[in-house]
Design a protein around this ligand. Structure first.
Ligand SMILES: [Zn+2]
Length: 367
């Protein structure tokens, strides 16, 4: 669990620039403690005093506000997807400063991770990020930094942390991209006030992340969030395990492109919402089930058509309202991702590293 420095840093992230007295009021920490923590965070280049003292009605001593230092440190993201990896460089407010896509030549872990390791020094140049965050779909064991199972890539038990840490000499953290994106929402997105969030990701991989009490639920070996085989899909389609009507086998990008005569997602998204409405309704069926199990304050859906077409967001919300017992006002509690389709993969990798930093800043940054 995070300590007082993390509490101070997150208050500055959320509300900064802030005077130390305001941080004390917002966090309930003593003014002396806040000053001490701000000093430690400034020593490590995480916060900075902003320009110009702000006086309080001309009375008392000036209050110099502190803000997140976005000029000094960066983090690097590596997002591993079905057809490409996305390298990214983010500042400490989650802004994407640079990104690069590396298409896969083949999908073996060795080939993909070697290509990433070779591209990183050129991509980073003389910038040395605090850490690398790796995000991938499917089952990622966060504690051990291992992609346990990624069905569409055919990966099993790939030690991504060890491989990339050895290749780069940088600290490496790994997580599922559903959890990475919910962390990004909490830190930088629209839903950051929410204590309980359910995030549903629908792309080539379909998975979920669950936040309760402000903390991401992982479960043993970080396996929580596998929703691929919920029986809410087309009964005429069989998944890789031979079951009929599984969620992922029906709505994944690949499955949906097959349904629409092989037209690519990119091409479909440049047209109209029609080819996606049934998919939005199927996602809504799964979302309604999960909504009633978790009872979140907010459900976030990252799915290209829901982000892109208002009609798909309406269809999703209507299906959830129809099927959920608990979701009475989906226009307020069912939200598309805060990150647009172009930035979502670049944000996900970096958010893994930023999540670790904001949870325990003094252990993960040096001045
Ligand atoms: Zn299945």
């Amino acid at each position: 669990m995070s300590g007082a420095p993390a509490t101070v840093l997150r208050a500055v992230l959320r509300h900064g620039p802030l005077a130390r007295s305001t941080i004390a009021r917002l966090t309930g920490l003593s003014p002396a403690g806040v000053s001490r923590h701000c000093g430690s965070l400034a020593d490590r280049g995480l916060v900075v005093e902003t320009e110009g003292p702000v006086s309080r009605n001309g009375m008392g001593r000036p209050h110099v506000p502190v803000d997140i230092d976005t000029a000094r440190h960066t983090v690097c993201g590596v997002h591993i997807a079905h057809t490409q990896c996305t390298l990214s460089l983010l500042d400490l407010r989650g802004k994407v400063l640079a990104r690069q896509e590396i298409p896969h030549e083949d999908q073996t872990p060795g080939t993909i991770l070697r290509a990433v390791a070779e591209a990183l020094p050129v991509f980073l140049g003389d910038r040395r990020p605090l850490a690398i965050g790796v995000a991938a779909g499917g089952w990622v064991d966060t504690d051990n930094g291992v992609v346990v199972e990624h069905a569409s890539l055919g990966w099993r038990n790939v030690p991504v942390r060890e491989i990339l840490a050895t290749a780069t000499g940088l600290p490496v953290h790994a997580d599922s991209h559903a959890r990475a994106l919910v962390r990004a929402e909490q830190l930088f997105g629209e839903v950051r006030a929410s204590e309980s969030v359910l995030h549903l990701f629908v792309g080539n991989v379909v998975d979920a992340a669950i936040v309760t009490g402000g903390q991401t639920h992982r479960g043993p070996r970080s396996a929580a969030g596998d929703v691929a085989h919920l029986p809410v899909g087309d009964p005429g389609i069989r998944c890789g395990r031979g079951h009929a009507g599984c969620f992922e086998a029906t709505v994944s990008d690949e499955a949906w492109a097959r349904r629409t005569a092989g037209v690519s997602m990119r091409k479909l998204l440049s047209g109209n919402a029609d080819p996606f409405l049934e998919r939005a309704r199927t996602v809504g069926r799964a979302a309604a089930l999960l909504y009633d199990v978790v009872n979140p304050e907010v459900l976030v859906v990252t799915e290209a058509s829901v982000i892109h077409f208002p009609e798909c967001l309406r269809a999703l919300r209507a299906e959830i309202a129809e099927r959920s017992h608990l979701c009475a006002a989906p226009e307020h509690t069912v939200l598309p991702s805060s990150f647009d389709g172009d930035s979502v993969l670049a944000v996900a990798g970096g958010a893994v590293a930023l999540g670790v930093l904001y949870a325990d800043p003094l252990s993960h940054a040096v001045g």
